[in-house]
Write a protein that binds this ligand. Structure first.
Ligand code: HEC
Ligand code: HEC
Ligand code: HEC
Ligand code: HEC
Ligand code: HEC
Length: 448
């Protein structure tokens, strides 16, 4: 894979000839806002695509409430206290408000000011990328090279437009194009975002299924008002903010090892969790924020409900994958200006539930949601593409269990942002609402 990618890089950059490739931090302040067209000018012809993009997170990467809170109340506030962080925190905009970064307008005005930062990841930013320029095996940290102007690049050959010149460039069909922003290395050299890397190591890369097939699926339509009908890449970019995308992403099934059990016996349940729908690990991307957890209950013949904690497997770092009520996120105290901040509960989900996650650890080894302050990653207990994990639940029946059927229910839940953090920072509810990924049921019969 690495070989192929290096080869692509050479081909990709070849057309630029001797021209210098400017990307990443070096691109700060190298452009002007006026060189980029506004999305509304594309709307006049690309109506459908524009409206899809408007609805996607891509157009809200700067204005979305949680982005504004994390950027201004934590990241910018942190950099005011720790000046070395200014560069990396300005760098947030390389992906979230690329035009501002390129124009050197950092820190950009707040969203309410209505500046061009609000365009987020805009049409003209993506469609004037001409190369990927990375010093690593993978693209990362806004490693795109952009040449705004008359030429708009895409995956199709020879299209004619009254407004611009069109040109085909192979990178537009490749996952590496997305990796420019969906891989991120922080000031500690830690990969705090690695969606494209996860993809490249999984089965979908091997089978030639890039991000586009799931996030920009092709359908019959017109890519511009005046165009012929053709298969058109839908600009959906739907991910964790779409309950339909998250729903069913992992399938779960469960069974007991024995169906009939004596009243003083023990039930043993196995649960399989299969990532059949995502091309990367789940959770991916903003892994520091997300929480995916399995909640299992039993209901006896009298209707009494019991909560079943997961059996421990005993691997290193497992404590981060079993819900507890300990406190974490203490490093928010500095940007928030709270002395001796004790933190907030780490998980906010029922104690004993299995959590599928990879903890981000601050320089003191405490869990953090501040990806820029992440010195180390903990155990990676996420579910990889087409991977199946098995969890076991051993339950000694309570003394007073009645005869009859006991039903078991497993619910796999997802939150985009850990609830205690969302509440502490005043992030609107929709960011921490519980999304149900999947459920499963089974039963045993208890006899005297
Ligand atoms: C006046 C109408 C018009 C405007 C305005 C316009 N386009 Fe187009 N664009 C077209 C037409 C027509 C095509 C060709 C469609 C076809 O034949 O399938 C096209 C094709 C494209 C393609 C496909 C290129 C390829 O080779 O795959 C891209 C990308 C594109 N436009 C981007 C943009 C962007 C970005 C903007 C705004 C900055 C924009 N367009 C504004 C009419 C327009
Ligand atoms: C995150 C980057 C990104 C953004 C933002 C984006 N596009 Fe695209 N666009 C792409 C990629 C990648 C393709 C090629 C998809 C493929 O062929 O699989 C594409 C394809 C297209 C095409 C050709 C579609 C086809 O299949 O014929 C048009 C037209 C287009 N984009 C216009 C726009 C317009 C207009 C906007 C803003 C409203 C926009 N794009 C926003 C990345 C982007
Ligand atoms: C210029 C940087 C950039 C490029 C290139 C880019 N993205 Fe993104 N993408 C972002 C940012 C920033 C967000 C986060 C928006 C937000 O703040 O929630 C995002 C969000 C998304 C989401 C929504 C995630 C969610 O939480 O709902 C999906 C899906 C996605 N991108 C897929 C892609 C794909 C597929 C490509 C390549 C075709 C791509 N992106 C290229 C910057 C980029
Ligand atoms: C086989 C289909 C498939 C492929 C290929 C795929 N994804 Fe996804 N992606 C999904 C599904 C399903 C989800 C929803 C589950 C989730 O949130 O993880 C998702 C979620 C996401 C999210 C949101 C994650 C979060 O928690 O915010 C991002 C961002 C994303 N994908 C980007 C990408 C990028 C970039 C690539 C290519 C490197 C890619 N995806 C390849 C299916 C796919
Ligand atoms: C290399 C590109 C890149 C950089 C640099 C970057 N981000 Fe992001 N950010 C993304 C992408 C892509 C996503 C979407 C991932 C996903 O959906 O899981 C994202 C997601 C987020 C989210 C979650 C959005 C949501 O709605 O759930 C927040 C908040 C955020 N970023 C803030 C920041 C801050 C603050 C910084 C700077 C310290 C920063 N980002 C730096 C690319 C970047």
């Amino acid at each position: 894979m690495k070989r192929i990618f290096v080869l692509c890089l050479i081909i990709m950059t070849a057309h630029l000839g001797a021209q210098e490739l400017i990307s990443g931090e070096a691109a700060l302040g190298t452009q002007e806002y006026d060189r980029f067209e506004k999305p509304e000018s594309c709307y006049s012809c690309h109506v459908d695509i524009y409206m899809q993009w408007r609805q996607a997170m891509m157009s809200q990467s700067y204005t979305h409430h949680w982005d504004e809170i994390e950027y201004f109340d934590l990241a910018v506030a942190h950099a005011e206290k720790v000046p070395e962080l200014k560069g990396p925190v300005d760098g947030c905009n390389g992906c979230h408000a690329p035009l501002s970064y390129l124009a050197g307008d950092v820190t950009p005005p707040r969203p309410e000011a209505g500046s061009r930062a609000n365009e987020g990841v805009s049409c003209d930013l993506c469609h004037t990328v001409t190369a990927i320029n990375t010093d690593d095996d993978y693209p990362y940290n806004f490693s795109y090279v952009v040449e705004p102007g008359r030429v708009k690049y895409g995956t199709k050959e020879g299209l004619v437009s009254p407004h611009h010149v069109t040109k085909k460039l192979d990178i537009y069909g490749q996952a590496e194009f997305c990796g420019n922003c969906h891989n991120e290395k922080n000031p500690f050299g830690v990969w705090v975002k690695s969606t494209q890397i996860e993809w490249s190591e999984g089965p979908y890369a091997e089978q030639g299924v890039p991000c586009h097939q799931c996030h920009m699926p092709k359908a019959l339509g017109r890519n511009a008002k005046m165009a012929q009908e053709d298969m058109v890449a839908q600009h959906l970019f739907n991910g964790a903010h779409d309950p339909g995308k998250v729903g069913g992403a992992i399938e779960i099934r469960m069974h007991p090892l024995e169906r009939e059990i004596e009243y003083d016996g023990t039930v043993e349940l196995k649960i399989q969790l299969f990532n059949g729908k995502a091309g990367h690990k789940i959770p991916t991307g903003s892994v520091e924020d997300r929480i995916l957890w399995l909640h299992v209950t039993a209901t006896d013949a009298d209707g009494k409900e019991y909560h079943l904690p997961v059996d421990s497997k005993g691997f290193d770092g497992e404590e981060y994958t079993i819900a507890s009520d300990e406190l974490a996120y203490i490093d928010m105290g500095l940007p928030k200006g709270i002395d001796n901040f004790k933190g907030v509960p780490r998980d906010g989900v029922p104690v004993g539930d299995r959590i599928f996650r990879m903890p981000y650890l601050d320089p003191d080894g405490v869990m953090t949601i501040q990806q820029w302050n992440t010195a180390k990653l903990g155990v990676d207990y996420r579910i990889g593409p087409r991977e199946t994990k098995i969890e076991t639940y051993t339950w000694d029946l309570p003394d007073d269990i009645p005869e009859g059927i006991v039903t078991f229910k497993a619910v796999l839940n997802f939150q985009k942002l850990v609830k205690p953090v969302a509440d502490f920072l005043g992030v609107p509810e929709d960011e921490s609402e519980i999304m149900i990924v999947n459920t499963a049921e089974t039963w045993v019969e208890i006899y005297e």
